[in-house]
Design a protein around this ligand. Structure first.
Ligand SMILES: [Zn+2]
Length: 392
């Protein structure tokens, strides 16, 4: 729940989340990427259940000083599924990486990667090779009248994904083997999103991709955000059927999962997250145009708002999920820098004027600074537990 950024503290700026490529990109990139992980942990049933497991261990340690071994979800988390070649953790990282590439654009991300002092990506791409690709006109989709690159090529998108560390690109590349870059870009975040609601994400992801690829037909030229929005309900339907097939029950949204978990009452970060998710649903229903909401018009608007929030969290890196009015609800509760100084990003967006009717949800969230302090204290207990486990 604490978003850790191993960089020097700097005064907070809302562009780090709303427009990361336009504000100190090397720093924004880390803040943005780690914030995507926060959104994953409040928006995906599997990860919330994993957190509930860890939470029970932490509670036990806090009360008695005894350490409890990791639960089944934690033990499976980083294990690569046989045949798939990737784990739930890899899937999560691939999803976060996909949003890095979308938010920054492949050329900027590739350049940041090539310049990063702590990374060596020369096995995938060297600076000389990159310069050659630029000269050959293979990085940009087009050039404008001044000779400046416009858009980006599918080669540069794939390269930016491949430059991700370790096995993080594998789930995306598995999809790319089966379809063109347009359909891959449209399906990838939605398939990972629903897989992260499921009981066993890697297998679910591969099975969902298998079912969907032959069904999808897209034509180029439309903004990709339109494709995610228009495909969301179809992918949801397919994912529900698949989950019923594999697990005998429907999956639930992140919000419903938090509500039914001990985290809702016991974990200060999840109490805050749940309250703000409920308020953001009210906000979406009251203040966004009808056609912003996903789902058929005949569906009750409260239900459409719930699924819209699920969509926004699944596509948490897209611009529509990072507008200031939504970040007032969804910004991570605390971002900690290398020297221990923090940002409380929600406070930045609270101060931002936006058109909003009062949320209908009665419960009000606890003050943000109180939550941030409590989360930092929890994080210390967690570190103490890890140290004891290592020392034992
Ligand atoms: Zn990451």
């Amino acid at each position: 729940m604490v978003v850790d950024v191993g960089e020097a503290w700097t005064p907070p700026h809302l562009f780090a989340l709303t427009g990361p490529k336009d504000w100190r990109p090397p720093l924004s990139r880390t803040i943005f990427h780690e914030s995507v992980h926060y959104w994953q942990f409040i928006g995906h049933a599997h990860l919330i259940e994993l957190m509930a497991e860890d939470w029970a261990r932490l509670r036990q340690f806090d009360a008695t000083g005894d350490t409890v071994p990791p639960g089944p979800l934690r033990r499976a988390f980083a294990q690569r599924m046989e045949g798939a070649g990737f784990s739930t953790l890899d899937l999560m990282e691939a999803h976060a990486r996909f949003w890095d590439v979308q938010a920054f654009g492949p050329p900027l991300l590739i350049e940041l990667e090539l310049q990063a002092p702590q990374r060596d990506v020369s096995q995938v791409l060297t600076l000389t090779e990159y310069e050659q690709l630029k000269t050959d006109g293979k990085i940009w989709r087009d050039v404008d009248v001044d000779g400046e690159g416009v858009g980006y090529s599918s080669l540069s998108f794939d390269l930016a994904m491949r430059l991700a560390a370790g096995r993080y690109a594998v789930p995306y590349l598995r999809l790319r083997e089966q379809t063109n870059e347009l359909i891959a870009a449209a399906l990838f975040p939605l398939c990972v999103h629903f897989a992260l609601h499921s009981a066993s994400p890697p297998g679910f992801y591969l099975a969902l991709v298998e079912r969907l690829v032959p069904q999808i037909d897209l034509t180029a030229g439309r903004p990709i955000e339109h494709a995610w929005r228009s495909l969301y309900m179809d992918v949801l339907r397919e994912a529900m059927l698949l989950h019923l097939d594999r697990h005998g029950r429907e999956f639930r949204t992140g919000q419903a999962t938090i509500h039914d978990s001990p985290l809702f009452h016991e974990h200060v970060g999840y109490t805050l997250a749940y309250t703000l998710l409920a308020q953001s649903c009210d906000h979406l229903e009251a203040n966004r145009p009808r056609d912003f909401l996903v789902g058929p018009q005949a569906m009750p608007s409260g239900m459409r708002a719930l699924w819209t929030l699920d969509f926004l969290l699944g596509c948490c890196g897209m611009a529509a999920s990072r507008t200031p009015d939504l970040l007032a609800f969804l910004a991570p509760p605390v971002i900690r820098f290398a020297d221990g100084q923090i940002w409380i990003p929600g406070a930045l967006f609270d101060a931002f004027p936006f058109e909003s009717a009062a949320p209908a949800t009665a419960q009000q969230p606890p003050p943000r600074s109180q939550v941030a302090a409590a989360l930092l204290a929890l994080d210390e207990t967690w570190s103490a537990m890890q140290l004891k486990v290592l020392g034992a």
